[in-house]
Ligand binder design. Sequence first.
Ligand code: CAA
Length: 276
Amino acid sequence: MISVVIGGGTMGAGVAHLFLAGGHEVVLVEAGADRALAARRAVEASLAKAADRGKLDAVPHELLKHLTVVERLDDVGAGASLVVEAVPEDIELKRQVLKAAANACPDAVLASNTSSLSISALAEGLPGERVLGMHFFNPVPVQQLVELVRHDGVSAEVVARVRGWAEELGKTVIEVRDAPGFATSRLGVAVGMEAIRMLEEGVASAEDIDTGMRLGYGWPMGPLRLTDLVGLDVRLAIAEHLAAELGPRFEPPALLRDKVAAGHLGRKTGQGFFTW
Ligand code: CAA
């Protein structure tokens, strides 16, 4: 099948890797020659990592023959069954991209990898029966879950089809109603924000808060290191959205705002709650 991935950042490159490993023909869309090249490099690096760990059944360069990187949605070509958008968490940008995808890929399911934005709002003005949330987790090839988000207008047949595709790729699916933060971001952000408040209040050091959850609760990494991995800016945007939708219990702590304002966005900038 032909799958289109829009956005070649961490999530888009991970989704492209997953689809290639699952035997899809993949068209990755990333605007601008430099960014398109960086997106291709990110997919290559991810496949190489998986191969090094013995997690890939095929040789990376064979899989990469099935990857096309284009700079414009108009260049995607015909025949796509699935489009996954993984552009930044900006509702206007996502709407614009999905609208263009609906025209460029008239037969495709249109999936958004948003972490928290309303799928009903994204589906406005689009053929809603083929729009849904398909939420992947970082690192995409490793994390077992796909969270499918249903809004009222999506067809049951489309949800079943996407579930089937995700399961063929080896993922476990949960289905969630279109509610703010769905199931995963709402809980993940709640713990993340509380860990930052605890750090602000001097309850324990960042290292000890994380070690507590890692060794006490069996988390693979603690909530502060995870915030660094996801990106402080990304988590701040989700928390602000959840505070607006669900109330002040999601209000982001001042420490998070200060770090984002200082450009300390986590692993991607080398500094967050930890130095990378
Ligand atoms: N393909 C590609 N890369 C792979 C891979 C594979 N099959 N297997 C491992 N890797 C990568 C890892 O991502 C990691 O990358 P970096 O070198 O860039 O750090 C590296 O190879 C090392 O992997 P290891 O398995 O040796 O390392 P580890 O045992 O420490 O595991 C981890 C790393 C998988 C990230 C683990 O710590 C983990 O599961 N952490 C929790 C992650 C998590 O909670 N993710 C959800 C975030 S929330 C989200 O994504 C949703 C949202 O909406 C914001």
